[in-house]
Design a protein around this ligand. Sequence first.
Ligand SMILES: Nc1ncnc2c1ncn2[C@@H]1O[C@H](COP(=O)(O)OP(=O)(O)OP(=O)(O)O)[C@@H](O)[C@H]1O
Ligand SMILES: [Mg+2]
Length: 271
Amino acid sequence: MKLGIDAGGTLIKIAYIEEESGSIRFRTFSSSHIEAAADWILKCGPSEICVTGGKAKQLEACGVRPQTGIVEFEATHRGVRYLLQEKGVPLESFILTNVGTGTSIHYLSEQTHRRVGGTGVGGGTIMGLSYALTGLTDFDELVQLAANGSREQIDLKVRHIYEGAEPPIPGELTASNFGRLSSLAAMGELTKSDLLSSVIGLVGETVATTSVLAAGQVGAGTVVFIGSSFIRNELLKDAVEGYTRLRGATPMFLENGEYCGATGALLQLGG
Ligand SMILES: Nc1ncnc2c1ncn2[C@@H]1O[C@H](COP(=O)(O)OP(=O)(O)OP(=O)(O)O)[C@@H](O)[C@H]1O
Ligand SMILES: [Mg+2]
């Protein structure tokens, strides 16, 4: 069995072809328990391994011996093209935004691909700010709680500033993420859900806005969003989708998009 591995800052993603069915399968491990990933890989007895991602060397230190490596962005590009083709979506040129621990933004066209920017606001920001504000550390738990929260008391909207007057831009736009919090602190009625929902709003709006600006720069109309930050995270998807559309671009979420890097690494091995 051949394994394509994307050892990221937070999660290790693995892609392989299941022998019985011949179809592609995926596994995820935490980068903070890298030995568990190494154990699983070694037990598989793989014939060939290709690794990408920032934690590749740590994985090797745990006894995993890859035959080859691939640069992370190259792997992501190959993986995304493959998954788009599988889905039957022939996109020629588009912006690709990978919301991983951090956020990385790329331009892909038929001829070229290049990294056009990024932001340190990403999935790691969801984890870090959520912990600072609520003490929660479990991604699934905080994402579930966030779904029931309200941003009304925390985020300052344009309509809050204009207070009944006609604003020059849509009143529902966020004027300042967390911008209402200080003046309302005395009310003290904020729940963990409200805070978590605002954290996800901050990250979603930032990655969407940055991506749309990048799309404008290169003349692309579609932004494909990938990365584990979107896993079971409808709230983040909604925030990203809403802001991307509002700013005139078309958002797309790719099923199994978090495995683009691992898939690209597997393809490097010839399937
Ligand atoms: N089980 C999980 N444990 C921790 N974080 C998770 C989990 N599931 C989803 N996430 C979210 O996904 C993010 C990591 O996304 P991803 O796996 O794409 O990044 P990465 O590849 O590890 O990082 P990078 O590419 O920046 O090195 C986390 O920051 C968190 O917001
Ligand atoms: Mg990654």
